[in-house]
Ligand binder design. Structure first.
Ligand code: NDP
Length: 264
């Protein structure tokens, strides 16, 4: 299917790993120019170099924290200078905080809310002027099933995701009809976040291999499709929502969780 993205430009926050990196690859494959940001310069440079081998000037990697307004404005300036346009903004940068009620201090709550709310608001503000010039502008917000189905061991992330999903819905009203805003709710996807937890368990001396760790995750959570998701499966949905073919979709929510949600 031709998603009619070729020749357009996208920005992906958190593009050096997992879902963000997969989205960058997918949008480049669709013929887009793609800029991405992340905080770790070594990884930004390595990913840019690797992707530029096939995408050339169509890929741009920039070091920027989604909470840093000055860095975001510098990012926008670089994107404008290189591509002259932005049609798609993918809000992907983030992480989850694995802790229950007693394990979250006020400072942790504040940090979690700051990342989830301002990590959505600040890149939006930075790229709005460019998005407003596009004839087919859209934002895709990569969120979590926790927004609708909280988990006790992820209490702060669940609450913050719930509020931020509400904000994404408000943004769909605020920016209509010029910019579409749609959200994706994820279950467990096999990315750096879970790799880091696997590595931590190994470092603590646990003799668990990678396949068993993934199988255990899927079984422990009772995921109906019997496995966890792949980043490419999320990237496909991001490309779909970004496409002008979805021109009548805004304020919608797509779930990618292997059937894990328990609500209707
Ligand atoms: P990864 O840890 O694999 O990748 C996260 C990416 O975001 C990296 O490129 C990281 O680079 C970047 N990043 C993190 N914080 C910031 C920041 N403040 N500013 C800019 N870049 C940042 O994560 P996933 O691919 O697993 O997750 C992507 C999104 O999906 C996240 O928002 C996550 O919460 C959400 N999600 C993931 C789930 C999963 O099971 N994988 C489930 C539910 C939601 P660097 O550290 O160098 O900045």
């Amino acid at each position: 299917m031709n998603l009619e993205l070729s020749g357009r430009a996208a920005v992906v926050t958190g593009g050096t790993s997992g879902i963000g990196l997969s989205a960058v690859r997918r949008l480049l494959d669709e013929g887009m120019s793609v800029a991405f940001c992340a905080r770790d310069k070594t990884r930004v440079d390595a990913v840019t170099q690797e992707l530029a081998r096939s995408a050339g000037d169509r890929v741009l990697g920039v070091v920027a924290d989604v909470l840093d307004v000055a860095a975001l404005h510098a990012f926008r300036a670089e994107v404008e200078a290189r591509f002259g346009r932005v049609d798609v903004l993918v809000h992907n940068a983030g992480r989850s905080r694995m802790a229950g009620f007693d394990g979250v201090s006020d400072a942790d709550w504040t940090e979690e809310f700051e990342l989830k709310f301002f990590g959505l608001l600040r890149p939006t503000r930075a790229f709005l002027p460019l998005l407003r010039k596009s004839d087919a502008a859209s934002m895709v917000y990569v969120s979590s099933l926790l927004a609708k189905q909280p988990e006790r061991r992820l209490i702060a992330t669940s609450a913050a995701r719930g509020g931020a999903l509400n904000l994404a819905k408000s943004m769909s009203f605020e920016f209509a009809p010029a910019i579409r805003v749609n959200s994706i709710l994820l279950g467990v996807i096999d990315t750096g976040q879970w790799e880091a937890r696997f590595a931590a368990r190994r470092a603590e001396g646990e003799a668990i291999d990678h396949d068993s760790y993934i199988a255990e995750l899927a079984q422990e959570r009772g995921i109906p499709l019997g496995r966890i998701g792949r980043p490419e499966e999320v990237a496909a949905a991001i490309a779909f929502l970004a496409s002008p073919l979805c021109g009548f979709m805004t304020g919608s929510v797509i779930e990618i969780s292997g059937g894990f949600s328990h609500y209707v």
